[in-house]
Design a protein around this ligand. Sequence first.
Ligand code: ZN
Length: 151
Amino acid sequence: MTMKCEYCQTEGYGDLIEETSYWMIFLAPSQRYLGTCVVALKRQCQSLSELDDSEWDDFKFLVRKMETSVNEAFNPDLYNWSCFKNAAFRDEDPNPEIHWHFLPRYQNEVEFEGLIFNDPDFGYIPQPIPRIIPRDVMDKIKLEIKKNYNK
Ligand SMILES: [Zn+2]
């Protein structure tokens, strides 16, 4: 998969946490907002209007599971779900891939595995500023989301 997205920032979407019939859930490389994930469609598709009903149904189920799961894990105040595709259109021949940015947002700071996560942009649009955290903490976040997702 190739993609260009200022929120993803890296060559991949991150670490795979789970997959459904039509979507893959990744833990995003940047954890500026604790629990940030990317939900990518498994097939190449350029716009939301081209999704079929089974893909939307699967997504609906996944949204409920993700929000319930991260509520239990980190108890954020709200979630941003965004589908941007902006950066792909800087190319002359844009080839965007449908993927959602799932961004838990926090009014108060949260401590996890000895790290403090605050949300300096709370109440505003999320900023594509990377926050890279240690590998072992990434793995623990993944496990935490996965554990609750599969309850
Ligand atoms: Zn992206």
